[in-house]
Design a protein around this ligand. Structure first.
Ligand code: SF4
Ligand code: SF4
Length: 326
């Protein structure tokens, strides 16, 4: 598999990489088989989630010399996550959940503490993970982080300039959610879209060897086709006004006056997928939409103009249906 340099770091990541969300529900054996398959087929970068150490620690050890490993968290979680996975260091450590301006300011301050950990050899490259496109330019300008992990998929027309700017400033882009959290079933078109942008890798949360095989096979036909373009237009019409990008504008800085966790509810389908269709979101959260006064504040904040008031009950209903058998 071809590799691409991650910004101006010395890391060259495979064009397709393995997001570790499925290890939260897969058993140890299947997790290990998936990692073995991916590594044997050229994937050299894995992003791991804390809480999955028991299942993948041995695999990471087995392949450590051949793979780059990243994880997300904050300066307080570095030691415990290293310990959980039995690792000496991470290749990339990303500050996560940085979706508001205030969080970014804190993250930039926290970078000084992170630097101490880096000098102690606990990780090599620092990065930041955000879902909020309005922060990208600020992150690039700050030049504090060497890697940005951001959602990239064909539901939105992506402004190449931002990524070119990141590249120009030596910042590597890890494109997460290329399949929009399982919402883009036409994986080949979706992956081609992402890899035709100036990103270093498409980080895909694969759960099965069959999926990994399919995703990797897309690299044989990397050029965007007319059919792909038809798909992009269709998916934008279908999902553009219902798909939550998790940007956080509806909860930062003015959260819902009724305390409804709008973003969580808008993301329920993706959360169901991430939890392997098991019901993990509490009744209290699901029922909170009953308190909606339809004031519309959340909608005025949403840059994608999602009709949130209308969608909240639809999302809950769909989530209950998706998870009813489990
Ligand atoms: S419309 Fe409903 S969910 Fe949105 S801010 Fe108002 S009360 Fe909260
Ligand atoms: S509902 Fe809109 S503003 Fe809120 S997280 Fe989703 S995309 Fe962002």
């Amino acid at each position: 598999m071809e590799t691409r340099r991650l910004g101006r770091t010395d890391i060259k990541v495979s064009e397709i990489s393995l997001g570790g969300v499925a290890f939260t529900w897969l058993g140890k054996k299947r997790s290990e088989q998936l990692i073995d398959f991916c590594v044997e087929n050229g994937i050299n970068y894995i992003d791991i989630y804390s809480g999955t150490g028991e299942k993948i620690r041995d695999s990471l050890k087995k392949h450590r010399q051949k793979i780059f490993i990243s994880t997300r968290g904050n300066s307080k979680t570095i030691d415990s996550t290293l310990q959980e996975f039995g690792l000496d260091y991470f290749d990339i450590f990303l500050l996560s959940m940085i979706d508001s301006r205030e969080q970014l300011e804190k993250a930039i301050k926290e970078a000084e503490t992170l630097e101490k950990f880096r000098k102690q050899g606990k990780f090599r490259i620092s990065g930041i993970c955000t879902h909020n496109p309005s922060l990208y330019s600020e992150i690039i300008k700050s030049r504090v982080f060497r890697v940005m992990m951001v959602p990239v998929n064909c539901i939105d027309v992506i402004d190449r300039k931002i990524f070119e700017d990141a590249k120009h400033n030596g910042i590597g882009i890890i494109a997460m959610k290329p399949l929009a959290g399982g919402n883009l079933r036409k994986y080949d078109s979706a992956i081609r879209y992402v890899l035709n942008l100036p990103v270093s890798t498409a980080l895909i949360g694969m759960a099965r060897i069959k999926e990994a095989k399919q995703d990797i096979s897309v690299l044989k036909n990397p050029i965007i086709t007319n059919q792909d373009n038809v798909f992009y237009r269709k998916i934008r019409r279908q999902l553009g006004k219902v798909f939550c990008r998790y940007c956080g504008h509806c909860i930062f800085p003015d959260p819902c006056p009724e305390g409804i966790p709008v973003r969580t509810i808008m993301m329920l389908e993706t959360l169901a997928f991430q939890a392997n269709f098991k019901r993990k979101v509490s009744e209290k959260i699901l029922k909170s939409i009953e308190n909606c006064t339809r004031c519309g504040l959340c909608e005025t904040r949403c840059p994608y103009k999602l009709p949130i008031r209308k969608l909240l009950p639809v999302k809950v209903k769909k989530y209950l249906k998706m998870t009813e058998q489990k």
